[in-house]
Design a protein around this ligand. Structure first.
Ligand SMILES: Nc1ncnc2c1ncn2[C@@H]1O[C@H](COP(=O)(O)OP(=O)(O)O)[C@@H](O)[C@H]1O
Ligand SMILES: [Mg+2]
Length: 261
């Protein structure tokens, strides 16, 4: 069964004194437990809108999103979110930023400490625990954003262009770390990016959204036999080229292609 069901979701933004903007139109996507799905599409097509709806941060104007069979109504512990800007509190140390959710949940103190230490270690932040966000590089801040989501042990992690503001080498490093974390933690991940190479490197399935009002334009399933991927793999490059071509030519909707690398 799908853990995330995006069922004919539409979103029209109402702006006073203007015509409403249709951002999403009948978007349906099912995501299986443990799957890593990347959403790509031109800027302004509605990727962030879709993610915010799944996160329970924004209401759709049509359709429904279900997580584990239950309609999403507001934010929940089952769903962790990582944004492009890690959105850390500047007055809290990294340890206390990562632990904030647990603090609010009033989990037992010992358990809180254990969880926070575990995820700081997993994301390579242990040595930065007592630093403040302003003392960290962009990559380190994003690691903290990821740790903050993981620490609550959600079943689903939603990520909105989490690496887009990072330089190329840091981005590659974080992509690799995310793959390793995913392998270890077995999370279901829905990841939005406008970087097609990033999408094909990370995803089990890439979903291309059309320009606004967005519909699912095409899906690319990437099956691989080994646990790790080579970013220079010729099939991955071919898929990336195909997605780029589909974006410029505007391929027909609801096509589905499978590749094995
Ligand atoms: N709060 C808002 N009010 C009105 N229009 C909005 C609002 N947020 C986003 N939009 C519009 O909805 C469309 C989709 O935006 P967004 O989801 O941010 O796209 P993406 O993340 O793919 O770049 C854009 O045309 C954007 O201008
Ligand atoms: Mg966006």
């Amino acid at each position: 069964m799908a853990i995330i069901e995006i069922d004919h979701v539409s979103k029209a933004y109402e702006v006073e004194g203007e015509e409403s903007t249709d951002a999403l139109k009948n978007v349906s996507i099912d995501i299986k437990e443990g799957e890593f799905v990347c959403i790509v599409g031109p800027s302004g097509c509605g990727k962030s809108t879709l993610l915010e709806i799944v996160a329970g941060l924004l209401n759709q104007t049509g359709g429904e999103v279900r997580v584990d069979g239950k309609p999403v109504k507001g934010t929940s512990r089952e769903i962790g979110v990582v944004f492009q800007d890690a959105a850390l509190y500047p007055w809290r140390t990294i340890r206390r930023n990562i632990g904030l959710g647990l603090e609010l949940s009033k989990a037992p103190k010992e358990k809180q400490k254990e969880q926070v230490e575990k995820y700081m270690e997993l994301t390579g932040l242990s040595d930065f625990a007592d630093k403040y966000p302003s003392q960290l590089s962009g990559g380190m801040k994003q690691r903290a954003g990821i740790a903050r989501a993981l620490v609550m042990d959600p079943r689903v992690i939603l990520m909105d262009e989490p690496f887009s503001a990072l330089d190329y080498l840091t981005r590659c490093k974080l992509q690799e770390e995310l793959m390793a974390i995913r392998e270890k933690e077995k999370k279901t991940i829905l990841f939005v990016t406008h970087d097609i190479n990033e999408a094909v490197y990370l995803a089990d399935r890439v979903i291309l959204l059309s320009p606004r009002p967005s519909v699912v334009q095409k899906e690319y399933v990437i099956k691989n036999n080994s646990a790790t991927r080579d970013r220079r793999d010729s099939t991955l490059m071919k898929i990336a080229a195909e997605i780029s071509a589909d974006i410029s030519r505007g391929a027909s909707t609801d096509e589905y292609i499978e590749y094995i690398i």
